[in-house]
Design a protein around this ligand. Structure first.
Ligand code: C2E
Ligand code: CA
Ligand code: CA
Length: 752
């Protein structure tokens, strides 16, 4: 484009320059022509003066001596090389002529007359198809008697000479547009003023003027104007021009060709490698970081770029690998994390191949962290991870879950004895560990699930191994295998807990209290009841208190449950008291209630709220619960006892606590466990135990209750043994509050 524009502009300016040159040369030509005619005019003036001053000629004119006039005109004319010598009268009528047969028509004569009006000035005039430059001077003798006219013919030679002088063609036309004289080599028919001004030459798709002409009228008699055309023939200029144009086009084409060639070379050396790099960066975005090798020879600069790309790819690759590694591994130990391990076992546990999944928890790890510091703890975890990796072969996978829990998935062949294998595994792991300068003897809990026997899919095996670990910690067993059905039980457990939580908040009658009467054998009165909780769930149905109480104890909601029981029972007592029934109630409390800081406050608040004096309330605590946190229990029970509450040791006899210990506890009552009472009549050994328990209890100043009395025979035995209270189905099953009042009425009716 650039070359085309440059070439075009230079072509255009050269043509402008040519045009200007042309105009100038025409101007010049015009000057030359004027100069030329002036020179001729001078010659004519001199010649005419000489002629008109000639005495003989003057005389011949005055005498009208035609022969002499004619000969003078002829001689004189030849001498000055004039083409025309005339003598006219004052009106312009021809008297004599150097041309013998000159025959003027009227118009020409009139023209001559006009010529006479301006003597001494040259005029152009056409006479008999010939153009003359004429000049008239008066012949004075002494007054003007005639006019002498002298002229030169403007013929081809003159035109040619003018052409030579000006470099332009010279053409003269008459008023009819007919050529009179011309330097051009054209036939008279062709050459017209029109032809000179509008002749076109075909050029490319259009045309262009053949000539550049300037026309002007010559100084002449107005009646017979003569037009002069100064004409430049353009074809030669055109030739030059066309040569320039064609070379311009050739040069432009050449430049374009070179440009195309150069851009091809560029494309090869730059664009193609760049495109390759573009492709490469697309590959990068898809995570493909192959080494970038150029497909062709490349320049040094591009090679640097390729190197940079390769470096970038490597860096990206490394970083991505690192990110992937970090997302899959535990940063501390380098073992797999939970997420990845789950994926791995999903992939591994798909066929029948036996695998054991061992979960390991370090016992007391948080203590170790607290005492020796987190750094030692971390080192310990790292070394343990190394030990795990070292213990087993290649296809064994290990992971660390959050904290101090490790997992190992181990494929087992049929001949491997699992118990033995696990024992070895744990004992290898438990070898003394040298952490920094310390030697640690770590102990573990291990939970074990076996594929496929403990679960048909990876997720189940994983869950069950975790359940086994949970039980290992709860039961404090070093190695705990998963037992079939445990997960389902746990599930039920969760369902029950959730439902119980809801039941406690709703107070919609799902939970209610039953009361089981106690008979005072000394007075024969029903002076006590034991409050026992009942739960009837709309979907789960009747749930045994033995089940949900133990779940509530495990999950910590027992405190809320006991609070609810206390409130409900005290409200009931207050209702009864308002109706004149003053009776003791025994409430069962758990170990967690004793250790709860708010328990005592809760109890007192409820007593105040329902206006029940503590002497009406017995608290039943099992022998086992009492022994769990002895010091705290003693402190609490002392305070409660001081307030007036009665403390009873429930399920006495199965907790294997010595009476000596019992002696130190602030209790009021012993409740012999029902397992000793139910078959009392038929079991001699039970009788020995119960009898001695009653005796010893009394010695310690305690009141003794026998629960689980089912028959009359046992009642008699207990009576003779001096037991204070009895409770059991023989007397009554636990009853609702209303039923109890009814039962009480009928009891007294029958026993009085
Ligand atoms: P427990 O405190 O030893 O309660 C006595 C249990 O023996 C009651 O069972 C009662 O129905 C049953 N029983 C009474 N007489 C006889 C009899 O003659 N023969 C037989 N075979 N059984 C008899 P229940 O009501 O099923 O309660 C079971 C356990 O649930 C209770 O044992 C107690 O530990 C716990 N429990 C019940 N209610 C509450 C409560 O409100 N709070 C707390 N913390 N525990 C409760
Ligand atoms: Ca009880
Ligand atoms: Ca009991």
């Amino acid at each position: 484009m650039t070359s085309v524009v440059i070439q075009g502009v230079s072509w255009w300016s050269s043509s402008q320059f040519n045009k200007k040159q042309l105009t100038e040369s025409i101007d010049n030509a015009q000057n030359v022509f004027e100069q030329y005619t002036k020179e001729k005019e001078k010659i004519l003036t001199t010649a005419a003066r000489v002629l008109t001053a000639d005495f003989g000629f003057k005389q011949a004119v005055t005498t009208n001596d035609k022969e002499t006039i004619a000969s003078v005109l002829l001689n004189h004319g030849q001498r000055i090389d004039a083409d025309l010598m005339l003598l006219t009268d004052l009106k312009g009528q021809l008297i004599s002529s150097s041309i013998s047969k000159l025959d003027l028509n009227a118009a020409q004569s009139a023209s001559l007359g006009i010529l006479l009006l301006e003597p001494g000035t040259t005029h152009f005039m056409i006479l008999q198809n010939t153009l003359y430059q004429l000049l008239a001077l008066p012949v004075k003798a002494p007054r003007t008697v005639a006019y002498a006219i002298v002229g030169f013919e403007i013929d081809y030679d003159i035109a040619d000479e003018l052409k030579r002088l000006t470099g332009l063609d010279v053409s003269f036309f008459n008023s009819a547009g007919e050529v009179i004289t011309t330097s051009m080599e054209l036939t008279n028919e062709t050459l017209t003023p029109d032809y000179l001004t509008s002749k076109m030459l075909p050029w490319l798709l259009g045309s262009r003027s053949a000539f550049d002409s300037r026309q002007f009228e010559l100084e002449t008699t107005k009646k017979h104007p003569v037009k002069l055309f100064l004409t430049a023939e353009l074809s030669t200029i055109y030739q030059e021009h066309d040569r320039l144009l064609s070379s311009t086009i050739v040069i432009a084409c050449l430049i374009m060709l070179i440009a195309i060639l150069l851009s091809r070379i560029f494309a090869k050396n730059l664009t193609k490698p760049l495109l390759q790099l573009v492709e490469q960066s697309k590959a990068f975005s898809k995570g493909q970081y192959a080494h970038v090798v150029p497909n062709q020879n490349i320049s040094q600069e591009v090679a640097v770029l390729f190197e940079a790309f390769t470096e970038m790819g490597n860096a990206l690759d490394a970083r991505e690998q690192k990110i992937i590694y970090q997302s899959q591994h535990d940063t501390l130990t380098g073992l797999y994390n939970r997420h990845t391990f789950r994926q791995i076992i999903n992939k591994t546990l798909i066929n029948e191949q036996r695998h054991v999944l061992i979960t390991i928890d370090i016992r007391g790890f948080s203590n170790l962290n607290d005492i020796l510091g987190v750094q030692v703890g971390d080192r310990c975890l790292q070394m343990l991870a190394q030990r795990l990796i070292g213990i087993n072969g290649n296809d064994v996978q290990h992971a660390r879950l959050d904290g101090d829990v490790f997992l190992s998935l181990i494929p087992l062949t049929e001949d491997v004895h699992i118990d033995r294998y696990v024992q070895e595994f744990i004992s290898d792991l438990a070898k003394p560990l040298d952490v920094d300068s310390l030697t640690l003897n770590l102990k573990f809990w291990a939970g074990i699930a076996i594929y496929p026997q403990d679960g048909s899919d990876a997720a189940a095996v994983f869950r069950r191994a975790m359940i086994a670990l949970d039980y290992a910690a709860k039961d404090n067993t070093p190695v705990r295998y998963y037992h079939s059905g445990e997960e389902e039980a746990r599930q039920e457990h969760l369902t029950i807990i959730e439902a119980l939580r809801l039941a406690l908040t709703k107070a919609d009658g799902q939970l209610y209290m039953n009361y089981q009467p106690k008979l005072n054998l000394k007075t024969g009165e029903i002076d006590k009841v034991e409050a026992l909780i009942r739960w009837k769930h709309p979907e789960l149905g009747f749930v045994s208190p033995e089940v949900f109480i133990s779940y509530a104890e495990q999950t910590g909601i027992i405190f809320d449950l006991t609070s609810w029981v206390i409130d409900t029972v005290l409200e009931q007592l207050s209702n009864w008291q308002k109706n004149g029934l003053f009776i003791d109630a025994a409430i069962n409390i758990s170990a967690q209630d004793i250790s709860h800081p708010d328990f005592q406050m809760n109890l007192n608040n409820a007593a105040v709220k329902h206006n029940i004096s503590p002497e009406y309330i017995t608290l039943e605590v099992t022998e086992r619960d009492l022994m769990q946190d002895e010091v705290q229990a003693v402190a609490l029970l002392l305070e409660l006892k001081e307030k007036g509450y009665t403390i009873s040791v429930d399920d006495y006899g199965i907790g294997q606590s010595s009476l000596a210990k019992l002696k130190q506890l602030p209790v009021d009552e012993l409740k012999i466990d029902k397992s000793f009472i139910m078959q009392l009549a038929s079991s001699e050994s039970d009788q020995i135990i119960v009898s001695s328990t009653i005796t010893l209890g009394h010695r310690l100043g305690l009141s003794v209750v026998a629960e689980g009395l089912e028959n009359n025979g046992s009642l008699d035995i207990l009576r003779t043994m001096g037991c204070d209270h009895i409770q059991g189905y023989f007397l009554s099953k636990p009853l609702s509050a209303n039923s109890f009042v009814e039962w009480l009425g009928s009891y007294y009716k029958n026993n009085i």
